[in-house]
Design a protein around this ligand. Structure first.
Ligand code: SAH
Length: 376
């Protein structure tokens, strides 16, 4: 310790907390080899990294006191090196008798993101965020109104899932113990605009335990506005995740207004990249279409949508209609049931398999960033 305060005061002022720029580095940011290096660099035994990973990914333990296979003298250092705190829950809202839980998280720099856990009989899906805010500015989406704050780190993305997995393992969600089976990147943010961190998170979640969470890539859906070069890159990544494309309109004129990135990548280019994804991976692509009253729900648009998709043949795609989750103050409202039924009928008549998304969690605004928006 330096007791010469007159000499240290200047550097202390310069080093005063100005906010850390990057999220803390966590084992979920690192490959198994990098975790070992990190420990060795700190004078700690590298082989302990795997034990710490087992606590994180397999045993779902976060209290160092329970990590009894780590020597007591090293435990705090190992945990500080590999498991720094990443986020704290601000609040959790529940619906469907506790089987739908939305959590608002505060990240190290005060950014707010949210995740949603949805438990169904026999499986649990988590909807996670990939960015704090979003830069895509889709006018019907609550998150799109606030702009982008920053990209999330790989570990911040993974931690949302592990937090859900912990609450399932601890029996906090009605239905007994369970695991996370499905992940959808449909929370806040545009996942393909944070490509490296999202692919890193997919790898951590699919790496076999204890190095990762050990889930199937087939259970993971990455949803995008249609960043065409990144869709093509993802097709070459060799991880068979499901791709969801947020189309919302079959014609450029309307899509330019609903999904502004369409002015860079047209409907034709975007659908072409989605079809390429199917060809490379064999994974059927999901087309997201939020049904907005008198905006995009006309019968002729259903016909046009089917034609645009069928141009690439049959069997490669299905359409998921999302009844619009109405955002307070927004001009967009949900389609009438009769218009939705007709839309489905027209698509199916042209051979396009179509489902209407279950609106679970609607009453807790679990689809569109409203909770975080209210907190600001
Ligand atoms: N940026 C990604 C993930 C966004 S959220 C993407 O755009 O695909 C996942 C889905 O929810 C997207 O299809 C998005 O367009 C849709 N969505 C956004 N706001 C909505 C709302 N108010 N009602 C219904 N769906 C909405």
């Amino acid at each position: 310790m330096n007791d010469d305060t007159s000499r240290t005061s200047l550097p202390l002022v310069l080093e005063a907390p100005r906010g850390r720029r990057k999220p803390p580095r966590h084992l979920a940011d690192l490959t198994p080899a990098e975790r070992k290096e990190q420990l060795s660099g700190m004078g700690l035994p590298g082989f302990r990294a795997r034990q710490v990973a087992a606590h994180y990914f397999a045993r779902l333990v976060d209290d160092p006191a329970e990590m009894t296979d780590l020597p007591a003298a090293q435990r705090d250092d190992l945990v500080a090196a590999l498991l720094p705190p990443l986020m704290t829950p601000v609040r959790t809202l529940e619906a469907d008798r506790g089987t739908t839980r939305k959590t608002l998280w505060r990240l190290f720099d005060g950014s707010l993101v949210e995740s949603v856990l949805m438990r169904y009989p026999g499986r649990t899906t988590m909807c996670v965020s990939s960015q704090a805010g979003c830069g895509m500015a889709c006018p019907f989406c609550a998150t799109g109104q606030g702009g982008l704050q920053r990209n999330m780190s790989t570990a911040e993305i993974v931690e949302q899932v592990i937090a859900g997995a912990r609450s399932l393992a601890r029996g906090e969600v009605p239905g007994g113990e369970g695991r996370v089976n499905n992940i959808v990147f449909m929370g806040m943010g545009e996942p393909l605009a944070n490509y490296g961190a999202v692919v890193g998170a997919v790898r951590r979640l699919t790496d076999p335990a204890p190095d990762g969470y050990g889930m199937s890539a087939r259970g993971i859906t990455v949803s995008t506005v249609g960043l065409v070069p990144r869709m093509r890159q993802l097709a070459d990544e060799g991880i068979p995740v499901t791709l969801a494309l947020s189309l919302h309109a079959p014609d450029d004129e309307l899509r330019n207004t609903l999904v502004p990135i369409n002015t860079r990548f047209s409907v034709a280019e975007t659908v072409d990249a989605a079809h390429h994804y199917f060809e490379r991976t064999g994974r059927r692509v999901s087309i997201e279409y939020a049904m907005m009253r008198d905006v995009n729900d006309h019968a002729w648009r259903a016909d046009l949508l089917a034609d645009v998709l069928n141009e690439h043949g049959r069997g490669w795609v299905h359409v998921n209609l999302i009844p619009l989750n109405e955002v307070p103050g927004s001009q967009f409202t949900r389609s009438r049931d009769a218009d939705m039924d007709e839309f489905v009928r027209r698509l199916e008549a042209k051979g396009v398999p179509t489902t209407v998304r279950d609106t679970r969690g609607n009453e807790i605004d679990a689809a569109c960033g409203q909770l975080a928006a209210l907190e600001d």
